[in-house]
Design a protein. Structure first.
Length: 221
């Protein structure tokens, strides 16, 4: 099956380079390019791509806000658009905002020539991906900045209402098949919700999400 991709970057040479890179992939098709966040959101709504490859720093609506709008617009759709964010700087604090906005992964631009097609295939199936060179730092930072209430319990402000619903159901340890049936969506949509929650909370696995549900008071033993 062909993976449909939109590329968003404010530099024409980058857009052209990424498009040429993906043209060599037989199962990936670039269905649109955008030079800013507004165009990226509009293209995502019109084309309903599987993946948007999103730059951070763009004029007007930046990559963080564009990611938030794209993932919010389709968070309950049976075919969800995944966002792969790109950056030149591994220390850019906007990166953490993008992950909390619902991005399914990020990679450094210098990694794109070798891994872009592989990563697009991965997140198109509902998985998440973080550039290996910065994964440990990102996860630690996300955990350090997780919001807490006055009692010190973690809050769930970074999750969308739909993700909170998924987390509540996940606490009963159902399978993806059971979750999909309860939510009336596909298993790939469930997988994407879980991947986004892992990214946003800096968790490694489902068991840590379940622990978060109990520690936050969302569910009780």
């Amino acid at each position: 099956m062909t993976i449909r991709v939109v590329i968003a970057d404010d530099q024409r040479e980058v857009r052209d380079g990424l498009t040429m890179m993906l043209a060599a992939e037989p199962d990936i098709e670039v269905v649109g390019v955008a030079e800013d966040g507004v165009q990226a959101v509009a293209l995502a709504a019109r084309e309903e791509p599987d993946v948007v490859v999103m730059d951070f720093r763009m004029p007007g609506v930046d990559g963080v806000e564009a990611t938030r709008r794209i993932t919010a617009d389709r968070e309950d759709a049976d075919a969800m658009t995944a966002v792969l964010v790109l950056t030149t700087f591994d220390h850019d604090t906007a990166l953490y905002g993008a992950l909390r906005a619902g991005a399914s992964g990020f990679m450094l631009k210098q990694s794109a020539p070798a891994h872009l097609g592989e990563v697009i295939r991965l997140i198109a199936t509902g998985d998440s991906w973080i550039d290996h060179s910065v994964a440990g730092k990102v996860i630690s930072r996300l955990r350090e900045t997780s919001p807490q209430d006055r009692s010190g319990r973690p809050r769930l402000d970074m999750l969308t209402p739909r993700e909170v619903e998924v987390l509540r159901l996940l606490a009963d340890a159902p399978s993806n098949t059971e979750l999909a049936a309860a939510l009336f969506v596909s298993e790939s949509t469930v997988k994407t919700h879980i991947s986004r929650m892992l990214m946003k909370t800096g968790s490694h696995e489902r068991a840590q999400l379940v622990a978060l549900a109990f520690r936050s008071g969302l569910v009780r033993p």
